[in-house]
Ligand binder design. Structure first.
Ligand code: HSE
Length: 415
């Protein structure tokens, strides 16, 4: 039986869950994969009051883990610069690395892939996207032979959790605190609620399937921090669901990456995935559409992805990463046609007819409009669903609309 000696760097939610999960499932992994996992050392600046690692050696300098007799370094310190230095140091010592750290791959992916290849060591990062829900190895290995057309879905568990809780009446702040208590959110939760974490993840997926660079070219990144209960209420009335959507798709040989709150139709596969679930629709030329969903955050769910990479090391020959596509062309989000939902609040009695006049004046085609009674007496709430139109063509109308109401919202509707 093959033994794999593991050094873990970092000692937070994922690292402690990795330790406990390996102990819990050690015999099962031996039985099913003929691999014996042993944690040799943990690099942690301080103890974690929530978890006792028993006999496992703790080193206070994470770099000292590299001097232990280990077969793999598991990087779970998070962040970018120190993590990059640690991973590069492991490569120099020909130690394979497994990480769940999407930020470091987003920032330094191209450099790290080159270094791994140069040193001929494995660098695996399944848990960096969708936690333990199979995604990266699915795209890299299992779907080999397919041409990818698009990938789209929810990649931030915290955002989906917050929106789901808000649908059930909880406030944004309380749901975020709850997500933090459950170990879903990043150390800095602005990464979750401003779309940055999901942007890291879609960039990694786009690199794998389209060969886009890491770090990527600039693209639309917006989070759910401005989503209100009213948005959720109005969407529901129109059979739509608010989601945080990240996508990468190739059209006419040009790539568009984006990460933004959007509305999905109730009939869409992604609509019913609630709470901390991530979900993806992958469109390929040979199989057509593939749907995956599963827990996308939390200690154990992420530890599962890390363990799958460690076990993979036992059998995998060196697996270097995507070759960058040098001549990759990009599309601009502002030129991309979408239907938009515009929600307008105003105390003016004439607001609906005024907005309809403005829409006509700017030749913005609409497919649906009306008034919504959300129980508030002071304001009138109106909604307008546009036909597909590029956001650049909406801009002048929106500038004019700001003279009619200071409280309006525009959300993309997914196709
Ligand atoms: N904060 C991340 C999320 C953790 O909520 O999805 C998993 O990457």
């Amino acid at each position: 039986m093959k033994k794999i000696k593991i050094g873990i760097c970092g000692w937070g939610t994922v690292a402690t869950a990795l330790h406990s999960s390996i102990i819990k499932n050690k015999n099962q992994i031996k039985r099913t994969h003929q691999v014996d996992l042993e944690i040799v050392a943990i690099g942690a600046r301080r103890d974690n009051p929530k978890y006792n690692p028993g006999e496992t050696k703790i080193l206070r300098d994470v770099f000292d883990v590299l001097d232990e007799d280990i077969d793999v370094l598991v990087e779970l310190i998070g962040g970018t610069d120190d993590a990059k230095t640690l991973i590069s140091s492991a490569f120099e010592k020909k130690i394979p690395v497994v990480t769940a750290n999407k930020a470091v791959i987003y920032e330094y992916g191209d450099v790290l892939f080159k270094e791994a290849s140069h040193n001929d060591v494995n660098f695996l990062f399944e848990a960096s996207v969708c936690a333990g829900t199979p995604t990266i190895n699915l795209l890299k290995n299992d779907l080999a032979g397919n041409k990818f057309l698009s990938i789209k879905g929810m990649l931030n568990g915290t955002s989906n959790f917050i929106i789901s809780q808000m649908e059930d009446g909880m406030s944004f702040e309380d749901s975020l605190s709850f997500a933090q208590e459950n170990g879903y959110a990043e150390a800095d939760p602005t990464f979750d609620i401003e779309g940055i974490d999901a942007a890291h993840k879609i960039s990694i997926l786009s690199n794998i399937i389209f060969g886009s660079p890491l770090p990527p070219n600039e693209f639309l990144i917006e989070g759910i921090s401005n989503i209100t209960k009213q948005d959720i209420y109005v969407a529901k009335k129109l059979d739509l669901t608010v989601k945080h959507i990240s996508s990468a798709d190739m059209k006419d040989g040009k790539l568009l990456i984006r990460s933004n709150p959007a509305l999905v139709r109730k009939s869409d596969y992604l609509s019913s995935l609630k709470n901390v679930r991530n979900g993806l629709v992958i469109d390929t030329d040979l199989i057509g559409k593939i749907h995956i969903s599963g827990s996308g955050a939390g200690g154990e769910a992420t530890a599962a992805g890390v363990i799958s990479d460690i076990v993979r090391l036992a059998s995998e020959s060196n697996n270097h990463n995507a070759i960058l596509k040098e001549d990759l062309k990009h599309r601009q989000i502002s030129d991309e046609p979408f239907s938009f939902l515009i929600i307008v609040n105003s105390s003016s009695e004439n607001i609906n007819s005024d907005v309809l006049d403005k829409l006509a004046e700017h030749r913005i085609p609409i497919s649906n409009s009306g008034l919504i009674n959300d129980g508030k007496k002071s304001d009138i709430t109106c909604f307008y669903e546009t036909e597909e139109i590029a956001s650049i063509a909406l801009q002048e109308f929106l500038n004019d609309l700001s003279n009619l109401s200071s409280n309006f919202k525009t959300l993309r509707i997914e196709k």
